[in-house]
Design a protein around this ligand. Structure first.
Ligand code: BGC
Length: 445
């Protein structure tokens, strides 16, 4: 599969019944921004799917907005269901296979008012939502992501405080992990109960995964024994805890002396509850012990810091190192689970679109090399189809293959859009055919 990825809150607009919307209104976003109309995808979805089709992708990963489908507990918004029906119809019209993400960071405010994923009833509440989604959309959707980056969601919400509920609570971090794993298992089961499939993609077996953010964590000072140990612990917690949990290995949601261990979810024990591993990969992270420099992301309650590039390294507009070698390591790690892999996100914030072509080329090269080594990678989804609302950073960072003018909402193809299409066409023609060198397409003027 060749695809592009988005998420509901980042592109749709007017999602005023979720926790992010509420949080944005209190000035938590850079520059005081709010998501507002986002990219106005709500009215422009047909045009956007046509733009995806122009890239010649054959799959589209998007998320459904729980707060639109169920704006009040137990009340279903028929219009919102129809809107996603129409979106799926546009995909089908262009022969684009939908990959549906059920939860991508945002939750309805009625749910978060009850404690969100810390509420002991949250798995039942989530399951009821998933049952409705599966009943309504299930027959037409072959590819599923239950949760987007639960690791980022937990760290952002309960430790680093850059996502709602933005509290520092290691206890809540483990409690929410425990409930989210239950949510995942229940969603996995619900999705596999789908019968009476319909639409043009019934020949594709139903496949369910989880999108795991994975980062190449390294010790900032490679000689420093504490930083080395911490980098290892962080890799263990951030990169592999969720993969271990959903593949029936050890459940280890916890960080020594920082985040208490979560209780064991019985229904996830000794069983594999994913059909594939979704990898979201962007960059590396230097792990620092008591950082003193200005460039580190720090949390006042924790003696750790992270930075995502050295000054000397080529990096994106968000100061994330461009690091395809890390992608190789991450793919190898994901491959160790012996399950198919989808690269569910990979992309770069590059407003001028000068770095993106090489970024795409170098990362796809690493992926292709892994395929030649025998790794079972079944798809690549570039993040993102369009520029969008980049969470706490607002509309500044631009990840889109299509540029969005936020005054007129006009979309313009970047050079990278054509470049990505050329690469896809090349692979479809059987290029690269040399196992050692992936032929680099020229960037058309
Ligand atoms: C998230 C996206 C986000 C992207 C770039 C991923 O962690 O799933 O929602 O826009 O990274 O920061």
């Amino acid at each position: 599969m060749w695809g592009v990825a988005t998420s509901s809150h980042q592109i749709e607009g007017q999602n005023d019944k979720n926790d992010w919307w509420a949080w944005e209104q209190s000035g938590n976003i850079r520059g005081g921004a709010t998501s507002g109309k986002a990219t106005d995808h709500l009215t422009r979805y047909a045009e956007d799917i046509e733009l995806a089709a122009k890239l010649e992708v054959n799959s589209y990963r998007f998320s459904i907005e729980w707060s639109r489908l169920e704006p009040e507990e137990g009340q279903w918004n028929q219009k919102a269901f129809e809107w996603y029906d129409n979106l799926i119809s546009e995909c089908e019209k262009h022969n684009i296979v939908p990959m549906m993400t059920i939860h991508h960071f945002t939750s309805p405010t009625w749910f978060t008012d009850k404690g969100g994923f810390c509420n002991p009833d949250s798995p039942q509440i989530f399951e009821r939502f998933v049952a409705k989604v599966v009943e309504h959309f299930g027959p037409r959707i072959p590819l599923w992501i239950t949760l987007n980056e639960p690791n980022v969601f937990i760290i952002g919400g309960y430790i680093a405080q850059y996502m709602p509920p933005a509290v520092f609570s290691p206890q809540k971090a483990s409690l929410a992990s425990y409930h989210l794993l239950k949510c995942h298992v229940r969603a996995y089961e619900q999705i596999h109960s789908i019968k009476n499939r319909k639409g043009p993609f019934t020949h594709i077996p139903i496949q369910v995964g989880l999108a795991n953010n994975m980062c190449d964590f390294v010790a900032d000072r490679p000689w420093h024994p504490i930083e080395r140990v911490i980098a290892k612990l962080v890799r263990h917690y951030f990169n592999t805890a969720w993969l271990d949990a959903v593949t029936g290995k050890r459940q280890h949601f916890g960080l020594p002396m920082q985040i208490p261990k979560a209780n064991i979810v019985e229904e996830a024990k000794d069983r594999v509850t994913v059909d594939f591993i979704g990898v979201n990969y962007y960059t590396k992270a230097y792990v620092k012990w008591y950082p003193k420099d200005q460039n580190s992301e720090t949390i006042k309650q924790v003696p750790l810091g992270l930075s995502f590039a050295r000054k000397s390294e080529e990096s994106s507009d968000m100061d994330w190192a461009i690091h395809p070698k890390g992608f190789k390591k991450i793919i190898n790690k994901a491959a160790s689970y012996n399950l198919p892999i989808y690269i569910t996100e990979n992309g770069i914030a590059d407003k001028k679109d000068t770095q993106r072509p090489d970024f795409i080329y170098s990362h796809i090269t690493e992926m292709a090399k892994a395929i030649y080594r025998g790794v079972n990678i079944k798809g690549y989804y570039h993040w993102s189809l369009l520029d969008n609302f980049e969470w706490v950073l607002g509309f500044g960072p631009r990840f889109g293959l299509y540029h969005v003018d936020y005054q007129t909402y006009e979309r313009t193809a970047t050079k990278s859009a054509g470049y990505y299409r050329t690469i896809i066409q090349g692979f479809r023609r059987g290029i690269p055919n040399d196992k050692k060198k992936i032929i680099k397409p020229d960037l058309e003027p």
